[in-house]
Design a protein around this ligand. Structure first.
Ligand SMILES: [Zn+2]
Length: 418
């Protein structure tokens, strides 16, 4: 009696504890998004160090953010443009979603209040050049620098606290080039590509933007979604995208840069690959060639002919002639006899050695096989005819062809009997 009472009490406590935990988690979720109990919310904050992983986004690079399955990062380019950016901000606020915005310097200059709104709402703000040129891949490096710096200057100038600017940059039109990336990386700025766009800059319907966003996300299972907060179709598609993300069990991740106070989220190298190789899947890429550190960099002199043990008496002719080593081999090894390469006349091997007689040889071989298998009178006849066809052996392809029909007739008659 006492024992069962203890078990009962323990079960009661477990039920009570589980109930409290459930209540606590839903209460915490409600507190995260007051007034919006059904919000998608932001599941976690990922802190990244741009110097450790300078290029991200599998549309262009090997690495992407270390997201878990069904985790999504929302990014918005080309703003702020009050008419649409404010609506995007409201939609995100209603869902308690934190995103990353890539600002154009000219837009920040024209609408600094829009930049401050982003920061006030807790979003991450990076930059996207000064004037959004689609030629950065072939631009002189001084113009690249002016574009990068102009965007940073005007965006940070719009902020109350310029330290809020993230060292994140997205190249306009994703027109990457080594020189552009190297410049950004030298300044400790992370180059953000994306894992999939939704084509919201093209003349497509909002429904198409929604479909592409979901289809491409589903294909990869997680990743960085590229959107634009200056498009009416994006504003129209965004609520539906977010509702569908929630229905499909996706979670939003907010990305922020590491600082002295906030170290990078601990990750392993393979987590930065969209689909890390496993023991059951073949490796799609060859390992990179390591950077060798050479102990000595002096170039050795080119070897002279004398180093190769060659006779140099007739060098001006530049004709190949025997080295001493070749002469030694020639003097010690006997020449192979002709019979070593001999193949018996009329054998199948001889017929097979020429293209024209190949069919005849095949027929001969078939006939020989049929003869071995055959029994009784027909077998004997076939064996005789086969022997007749094979001896004397035809010396040319034409003779082989003339001999072939006889063997074929035998083979056909055997076939009828079988
Ligand atoms: Zn853009």
């Amino acid at each position: 009696m006492i024992g069962s009472s203890v078990v009962f009490r323990a079960r009661s406590w477990t039920v009570l504890l589980l109930g409290l935990l459930t209540t606590a988690s839903s209460a915490a979720f409600a507190a995260e998004c007051p007034g919006h109990p059904d919000a998608l919310g932001t599941s976690r904050t990922l802190v990244v160090d741009p110097r450790e992983h300078p290029r991200i986004g599998t549309m262009q690079y090997r690495e992407t953010l270390p997201l878990k399955d069904h985790e999504v990062v929302l990014t918005f380019d080309d703003g702020p443009l009050p008419k649409y950016s404010n609506q995007v901000l409201q939609i995100l606020a209603d869902e308690c979603i934190k995103a990353t915005f890539f600002i154009i310097g000219e837009q920040a200059k024209a609408n600094p209040e829009g930049v401050r709104k982003l920061v006030a709402a807790g979003h991450t703000v990076g930059t996207h050049s000064m004037t959004h040129p689609l030629t950065m891949d072939r631009m002189p490096i001084d113009k690249v620098e002016a574009q990068v710096n102009g965007g940073i200057e005007w965006t940070s100038a719009a902020m109350t606290d310029p330290s809020k600017l993230a060292p994140f940059f997205r190249i306009p039109g994703l027109m990457r080039a080594d020189g552009v990336e190297n410049y950004l990386i030298s300044r400790g700025i992370q180059v953000w590509s994306a894992d999939f766009p939704a084509d919201d800059w093209r003349h497509v319907s909002p429904d198409r933007v929604y479909q592409l966003a979901i289809q491409r996300l589903e294909a990869k299972g997680k990743g960085i979604l590229l959107l634009h907060d200056i498009q009416a179709r994006t504003v129209a598609a965004l609520p539906k995208i977010i509702r569908d993300l929630k229905a499909r069990g996706y979670r939003i991740v907010h990305v922020v840069p590491a600082t002295a106070d906030q170290p990078a989220t601990p990750t392993t190298a393979v987590e930065w690959l969209l689909h890390p190789p496993t023991e059951t899947t073949p490796i799609a890429r060859w390992p990179q060639v390591p950077n060798f550190v050479y102990a000595q960099t002096a170039t050795l002199p080119a070897p002279g002919l004398a180093d190769l043990n060659a006779q140099t008496a007739h060098q001006p002719q530049l004709l190949p002639h025997r080295t001493m080593a070749q002469a030694d081999i020639a003097s010690t090894l006997p020449a192979p006899g002709r019979d070593l390469f001999a193949i018996p006349e009329g054998s199948v091997e001889v017929l097979l050695s020429t293209t024209l007689s190949r069919r005849a040889a095949t027929r001969l071989a078939m006939a020989a096989e049929a003869g071995r298998a055959g029994k009784g009178k027909a077998g004997k006849i076939k064996a005789q005819r086969t022997a007749h066809a094979a001896h004397p052996a035809p010396k040319h392809a034409a003779q082989a062809k003339s001999a072939a029909p006889r063997a074929t007739r035998v083979a056909t008659s055997m076939k009828k009997r079988a």
